[in-house]
Design a binder for this molecule. Structure first.
Ligand SMILES: Nc1ncnc2c1ncn2[C@@H]1O[C@H](COP(=O)(O)OP(=O)(O)O)[C@@H](O)[C@H]1O
Ligand SMILES: [Mg+2]
Length: 139
């Protein structure tokens, strides 16, 4: 069984809930527990929020790409922006690390993604953008 979806949307925070809803719809037929669905929606929220807020500084003229792949009970979520990029990925992934303390960011986005995912891969280059790939086994 295999299913795939790819979409691009404007880099505005309004679209975070849209992305959350999309992943829930994508998984509707899997008959997953509410708990699992909520974990997956949270992964998507954190990754997309980062792309919008950090990648593009909330510029709706820019586009965030989200890709969902369901294959053999494994969900792969890819979120990509072509924005600012991350100078030090290792540091950015540390709990409580944030470059936007002023804006009430907790610095826990990557930590939450790691807790709810089976694997989190971050590829980034300053000035070029960031790709986050999270995988999760669905039971
Ligand atoms: N897509 C991205 N583009 C640029 N920087 C990012 C991106 N995602 C994360 N970062 C950097 O990594 C840091 C940590 O991210 P995160 O753990 O989600 O915490 P927070 O979003 O609360 O700052 C951010 O403060 C930011 O500097
Ligand atoms: Mg974040």
């Amino acid at each position: 069984m295999k299913n795939y979806l790819e979409m691009k949307f404007s880099a505005t925070l309004k679209n975070v809930s849209f992305a959350r809803g999309t992943v829930a719809c994508f998984l509707l037929e899997q008959d997953l527990s509410l708990n699992l669905i909520n974990e997956i929606k949270t992964i998507v929220s954190e990754a997309v929020t980062n792309a919008v807020v950090h990648g593009y500084a909330e510029n709706p003229g820019e586009l965030v790409m989200m890709e969902l792949l369901l294959e053999n009970n494994r969900l792969t979520i890819t979120v990509r922006d072509d924005g600012a990029g991350i100078p030090d990925v290792k540091k950015a992934r540390e709990p409580l690390y944030t470059t936007r303390e002023d804006e009430d960011r907790a610095g826990l986005g990557f930590t939450i993604m790691e807790i709810f995912s089976d694997s989190v891969e971050v590829m980034s280059e300053p000035g070029k953008g960031t790709t986050v790939i999270c995988t999760k086994m669905l039971g």
